[in-house]
Design a protein around this ligand. Structure first.
Ligand code: FES
Length: 283
């Protein structure tokens, strides 16, 4: 299975279809507001994994209910809820998928295809049940669950092996030792400019506003882009750093993500001033 997944990550034959789908998704989902909503910016976490709980839960419940006698109406209702709720979850997934790296998009494409097959089988199951053909509905539902389970397996690979939509910056904290670390003299820090420093080989960015200084991890939570090379922009009245790679924006006075594709906030380190020297530590 591992070999198969590695081959899938390297399957350039998928790129033509993947590139076309990516263009179609980017052309369709143009509104930044809609994209942020679907990325889960408002939640501070990617939305797609939360949304898939509804169809997966409903479909598994339908499979259990299908094994019990006299539960046809309950099973039909659960299949209906699962099938309808899969559609917004798929849109959120496609929105995330379009901003992934190429190897992640290859696996994501097969993940989406397996889930699409699952939704089609469940839609057929629902239609059969509503027409009174409950035996056919049950068989199609079990096939649908198999396809959706294959999709879920690939989704797990995407998240846990390939790190898709998982915060890429959080592991930096594990390389930083406890205690306060000197970062520089306050007087040497320019006002309202990004400055890059290192703490225990971990790159951080400093942003001074008056006597307040933000110390933020430099590695972008989305795909490790260098925030120190990004721009500072005023967004909704807050100074934000905008990632130079895909445009995710994070508030410099709190680290909250304000624009995706990152669905995760950025880490800010607590600071103090001792004898004019700025110090920072792990949160
Ligand atoms: S690396 Fe993608 S937005 Fe920063």
């Amino acid at each position: 299975m591992r070999e198969l997944l590695t081959k899938l990550e390297q399957a350039t034959a998928l790129d033509r279809a993947g590139d076309r789908l990516q263009r179609a998704v980017l052309d369709t989902l143009r509104s930044q507001r809609v994209k942020d909503l679907l990325h889960g910016v408002w939640l501070g976490h990617p939305l797609h994994p939360a949304m898939v709980q509804v169809p997966v839960g409903a479909w598994i419940s339908a499979a259990v209910v299908d094994l019990l006698p006299g539960q046809r109406r309950a099973a039909t209702a659960l299949v209906g809820v699962g099938t309808l709720s899969a559609l917004p979850a798929a849109v959120a997934g496609l929105n995330d998928w379009a901003a992934l790296s190429r190897d992640q998009r290859r696996v994501g494409l097969v993940h989406a295809a397996a889930n699409l097959a699952g939704v089609a089988l469940y839609a057929g199951s629902l239609a059969a049940r509503l027409a009174g053909r409950h035996g056919t509905g049950r068989r199609l539902a079990f096939l649908g669950l198999s396809a959706a389970s294959a999709g879920a397996y690939l989704g797990g690979h995407l998240a846990y092996k390939q790190g898709a939509q998982v915060s890429q910056s959080i592991s930096e904290l594990h390389r930083m030792s406890d205690g306060w670390h000197p970062v520089g003299d306050l007087t040497e820090l320019p006002q309202r400019q990004l400055v890059t420093r290192e703490i225990d080989d971990v790159s951080v960015i400093l942003y001074r506003h008056g006597d307040d200084v933000t110390v933020m991890l430099e590695r972008c939570p989305h795909q490790s882009g260098p925030l120190g090379e990004g721009e500072v922009q005023e967004i909704d009245g807050h100074a934000c750093v905008v990632c130079p790679w895909h445009g995710s924006a994070f508030r410099l006075n709190g680290g909250e993500v304000v624009h995706g594709p990152s669905g995760n906030d950025q880490v800010i380190l607590p600071t103090r001033i001792v004898d004019g020297r700025l110090e920072a530590r792990l949160p």
